[in-house]
Design a protein around this ligand. Structure first.
Ligand SMILES: Cc1ncc(COP(=O)(O)O)c(C=O)c1O
Length: 393
């Protein structure tokens, strides 16, 4: 069947939502694996099952290396970053505990924490970020209390692209004996992450963004010093006689059949990143982003939100056009210019409240590994026309 639209016909600048398209070689290899041995791993001893099991084990190892973790068994798979963050937050916090996070978080952190506060007797502080979107580690230190059990911080913002000083925050949490978790949904696969030097206890990741896997896969890389209470049980295929869920990792946090196709995507996504080079991918995206940022900043009537510049940031920007609702700008970009963008609050309401954009949100453009200069020039030209029309109408 001929598809009417798709990669090549749309200028896709919504990579912070999910990277698209995925590299063809990743998709081809995923399909090959699924055709050859797409069976249920870890359940039986026949060859196909062992091959699938090996793919899963290799992927645990590759991701543990990527995050600087220590034990591949403590690399557990979940459905996405939100699912992984729920495993973490609900599995670490108990009644009477205190947790610290920030106002730049995604709802995948804000909501589980709010539920713990409303329903389970946990106290939560969201530390405001500074004007440019950076969290001052000293502001986090000031909120730590004797009962603070968890600090969880967004590594890279999906709204304004700020990369947080997670190493500094990690070191101060380590000194105070507080578990430090990082939401790497926007950074894994494009920004270096090292649990050892950054003193990170738990990394939460998603597959479908810069790790170049499909949707439906993510997980946690859990450090040796952390214990996460399982919050779902059953169906690991191991020790079926046991009446309760297995205590040991990775089974401890995994229940039921895993997403083998998604894990294959992570495996080959990793290989693609290693071949092209994580630094090279970041430089490619940031070179395009630099042109995009300069181009939009020069347009009369366009406001960029958050810090400008290229330091400590991802290729993600939020803007508004004077006299136009961000939702309408998104529709115009789509309908008139065939450009895919995200509008609104981007699942991160607290940072919008702080920026004063809570009512209507912003338009977000985000660059991915397969974007080209012509995508960027098309976006600048489109926003120029939209802003000009808004001025004269
Ligand atoms: C910073 C951040 N955290 C968490 C998530 C949630 O990721 P997922 O949709 O894979 O659960 C996202 C997704 O946009 C994100 O940008």
């Amino acid at each position: 069947m001929e598809l009417p639209i798709g990669a090549g016909t749309v200028i896709y600048l919504d990579n912070a939502a999910t990277t698209f398209p995925k590299p063809k070689e990743v998709l081809d290899q995923m399909l090959e694996v699924y055709c050859r041995y797409g069976v249920n791993p870890g359940r039986s001893g026949y060859d196909l099952c062992l091959m699938a099991g090996e793919l899963v084990a290799d992927t645990r190892k590759a991701l543990t290396r990527l995050f600087g973790g220590s034990d591949p068994n403590r690399l557990v798979f979940a459905s996405n970053a939100t699912d992984a963050l729920n495993l973490l937050i609900q599995g670490v916090l108990s009644e009477g505990d205190h947790a610290v996070s920030t106002t730049i978080e995604h709802n995948s952190v804000i909501r589980p924490l709010n539920h713990m506060a409303r329903d389970r007797g946990v106290e939560v502080d969201f530390v405001p970020v500074e004007a440019g979107g950076r969290v001052d580690p000293r502001a986090i230190a000031k909120r730590l209390r004797p009962n603070t059990r968890l600090v969880v911080v967004n590594h890279g913002s999906n709204v304004i692209g700020t990369i947080q000083p997670v190493g500094e925050i990690g070191r101060l949490c380590r000194a105070r004996g507080v578990t430090f978790a990082v939401d790497t949904a926007q950074t894994a696969g494009v920004v270096p992450i090292d649990m050892q030097t950054m003193c990170i206890d738990v990394v939460a990741f998603t597959g479908h963004k810069s790790l170049l896997a499909p949707t439906g896969i993510g997980g946690l890389c859990v450090g040796d010093a952390v214990d996460i209470r399982p919050t779902r049980f059953g169906g690991t295929g191991v020790n079926s006689v046991a009446p309760y869920h297995l205590e040991e990792y990775p089974y401890r946090l995994e229940a039921g059949t895993g997403n083998v196709l998604g894990i294959a995507g992570l495996h080959f996504g990793q290989a693609y990143i290693a071949k092209r080079g994580l630094d090279a991918i970041y430089r490619h995206e940031m070179a395009l982003f630099s042109r995009l940022q300069d181009g939009l900043a020069a347009i009369d009537g366009v406001t960029l939100h958050g810090a400008t510049g290229l330091k400590d940031r991802l290729p993600v920007l939020s803007f508004t056009v004077a006299g136009r609702d961000p939702a309408d700008v998104g529709t115009l970009l789509d309908v008139e210019y065939n450009i895919a963008a995200r509008t609104g609050l981007q699942c991160a309401p607290l940072i919008h409240r702080q920026m004063g954009t809570e009512a209507r949100g912003t338009v977000r453009l985000s660059v991915g590994p397969l974007n080209t200069e012509s995508d960027i020039e098309a976006a600048i030209a489109a926003v120029t026309e939209i802003a000009t029309e808004a001025r004269v109408s």
